[in-house]
Design a protein around this ligand. Structure first.
Ligand code: PGA
Length: 256
């Protein structure tokens, strides 16, 4: 059986500061990423830069988006529709990132976006994760509810386009030393798999790639993928330094 490729998603958030820098970062990353045969690499730039990279994808390198609106039409000032993204050659869309949820995005809105993205024929990267951990492990209940509600209405036939990124909020935007330990990543991802399997059945759930996100850097890439059992990584700040990110990709390609 062919080895499953690791999925590495770069979330540039609100960076870099201008289009010229974005072009350079994109070009440098793409040139190297396209060579790695064990990886699928996705770059999610801010919306304003998306059209700079229209249809830039290859079989190993894809254009993504950080958010989306849940409808293809109607009055929605400032929003971007799934259809618009599709038209520009976007393949993956991050939905429900904790930084969007912090601005008021509810599970209900996330589920509407998930359904819209999947119906558009795009791949949806659903972000979930607890704000903090408590000694009684109530965060597992939170996680279960968040996954269930975010996937509300998502039919099993769309599962082949679903990716789930587990991103504990407390581990985001720090250094690799403060990221989750691979042991805890493994435990959490097994839990996510169990929740998916309760909803969709074991066989379908097994096929959904599960990513880890939260201070993934070059130094912890190998352990997060190997011992953490992640099918890939959602990378924020470490994806903004082309040289460092390329080292991460190289490492992931070897582990995969
Ligand atoms: P980080 O961000 O890698 O900077 O922690 C990850 C994310 O928020 O997706």
């Amino acid at each position: 059986m062919a080895k499953k490729k690791k999925l590495i998603v770069a979330n540039w958030k609100m960076s870099p500061a201008n289009a010229a820098l974005a072009r350079v970062l994109f070009a440098k990353t793409k040139r190297v990423a396209s060579r790695f045969e064990n990886l699928l690499t996705v770059i999610c730039p801010p919306f304003v830069y998306t059209s700079l990279f229209t249809h830039a994808g290859t079989s190993r390198f894809f254009l993504g988006a950080q958010d989306v609106h849940w409808s293809n039409s109607g009055r929605a000032t400032g929003e971007v529709s799934p259809e618009m993204l599709h038209d520009l050659g976007v393949s993956y869309v991050i939905v429900g990132h904790s930084e969007r949820r912090a601005l008021g995005e509810s599970d209900e809105v996330v589920s509407k976006k998930m359904n819209a993205v999947l119906k558009e024929g795009l791949k949806a990267i659903l972000c979930v994760g607890e704000r903090e951990r408590d000694a009684e492990a109530h965060y597992f209940d939170f996680l279960r509810d968040q996954i269930r509600q975010s996937l509300s209405g998502v039919k099993p036939r769309f599962l082949s386009d679903l990716v789930v990124a587990y991103e504990p909020i407390w581990a985001i935007g720090k250094s690799s030393r403060e990221a989750m330990t691979p042991r805890d990543v493994l435990e959490s991802l097994l839990f996510v798999k169990k929740v998916l399997s309760d909803i969709y059945g074991q066989q379908a759930a097994e096929a959904v790639p599960l990513l880890y996100g939260g201070s993934a850097e070059e130094s912890n890439t190998a352990t997060l993928l190997k011992e953490g059992g992640a099918d890939g990584l959602l990378v924020g700040h470490a994806s903004l330094d082309a040289e460092g990110f390329i080292k991460m990709l190289k490492c992931a390609n070897t582990v995969a």
